[in-house]
Design a protein around this ligand. Structure first.
Ligand SMILES: O=c1ccn([C@H]2C[C@H](O)[C@@H](COP(=O)(O)OP(=O)(O)OP(=O)(O)O)O2)c(=O)[nH]1
Ligand SMILES: [Mg+2]
Length: 158
């Protein structure tokens, strides 16, 4: 495997909230993992029940201080999607670098059975990605291109 350089590892500070007291830190499960898994900080005694077709906001128990110039993307886990129809409703969820609240995961149950989210369950993964903020300006007309306003299959279906 290619060696990583420190430039590829921006510092990420996590602040543990009281209800995450005993939870593992979100972590990359393998050396080459793109995302760190996020665990559910729901009470151990009351798993969160998501009915078929229902949705729930699952606390992670951590504040993420995403470095400036980056974002956090909350993405589904394919295993939960495949086995249970559990995915993130707003995927990818966007975590802004200036957000200082608890990261939460918006799950939806597209499966046919109730799904119970238990404490410590890895419910989603977060990818840290660079962000480019555009300089926004307004203009009177759009510049000419070969495509013009064609879209939605205008180049043909094959
Ligand atoms: O899956 C998600 C998506 C968002 N957030 C938090 C972090 C993010 O920085 C903030 C706002 O998210 P977003 O911009 O997607 O939501 P909005 O509906 O536009 O709310 P706001 O008006 O607060 O920006 O909510 C999460 O914890 N989990
Ligand atoms: Mg917003």
């Amino acid at each position: 495997m290619t060696m990583s350089t420190p430039a590829h590892h921006p510092a990420l500070t996590l602040i543990r909230l009281p209800h995450a007291e005993d939870l593992d830190l979100p972590a990359y499960e393998t050396v080459g993992a793109a995302g760190m898994d996020l665990r559910a900080a729901v009470p151990a005694e009351t798993p969160l029940n998501i009915s078929p077709g229902g949705r729930a906001l699952v606390p992670t128990g951590f504040i993420f201080e995403i470095p400036t110039g980056f974002e956090g993307q909350v993405r589904p886990r394919s295993g939960l999607a495949f086995k249970h129809g559990i995915t993130c409703l707003n995927t990818p969820g966007t975590i802004d670098s200036d957000y200082r609240g608890e990261v939460k995961v918006l799950l939806v149950n597209l499966g046919g059975e109730a799904f119970f989210v238990e404490r410590g369950m890895r419910v989603a993964q977060m990818v840290i990605a660079p962000v480019i903020q555009a300089n926004i300006r307004e203009a009177d007309g759009a510049s000419a291109t070969a495509r013009g306003a064609g879209g939605f299959g205008s180049t043909g279906s094959k």
